[in-house]
Design a protein around this ligand. Sequence first.
Ligand code: FES
Ligand code: FES
Length: 215
Amino acid sequence: MTKSREDREDQKPTDHDPGRRKFLKGVGIAGAGAAIADHLWVEAEAKEKVVTPESLSGTVKVVLDVNGQKREAQVEPRTTLLNTLRNHLDPAVTGPKLVCDVGTCGACTVLLDDKPVYSCLVLAVDAANKKITTVEGLGTPENPNAVQAAFVENDALMCGFCTPGFVTTISAYLKKNPNPSLADVREACKGNFCRCGTYPRVFEAALAAAKGSQA
Ligand code: FES
Ligand code: FES
């Protein structure tokens, strides 16, 4: 028999009885069983309420090894390494750039124990006790490394926003493969995007740096 609208209304869960007790009754756990179920339900609700945004707030101290220096920062546990470098150190380390913040462009690339990582995808707390090298740690304007010098000589940048990421990635790659082909360099740079389209110059610079390092 088709149920009337009133019958259906009767079955609607109330605020404190969201259908669960009716279900339990329906399968035979009535009376005391339902009372226990209600009790458990209220307890579960109370436990949920204990976890508030306030109780999850707070900061922790992290000590980072950045370019050979111990740097301290007070950050929330969810703070990324990129955010910490750029916004929670004094002086800030601004070589790694914030562009996409979701691990797609490579502008934030740093070396973590000599391996390129997207620092927007690494938590600062996870980078503690690891060696962090940013583009600033690869060389200086007076004494650039081979890749930095080759970027200047080959005019391998336009706006320059992607440049620290490329320089860091290529510097790490040339240590692994000091004699790469163009295809190797392109492959090594596949995680770095240049919105200005300076790729040909970037790849030339990488190959020039490799040659220069061998000479
Ligand atoms: S800012 Fe990290 S990958 Fe784009
Ligand atoms: S030089 Fe502008 S994004 Fe690469």
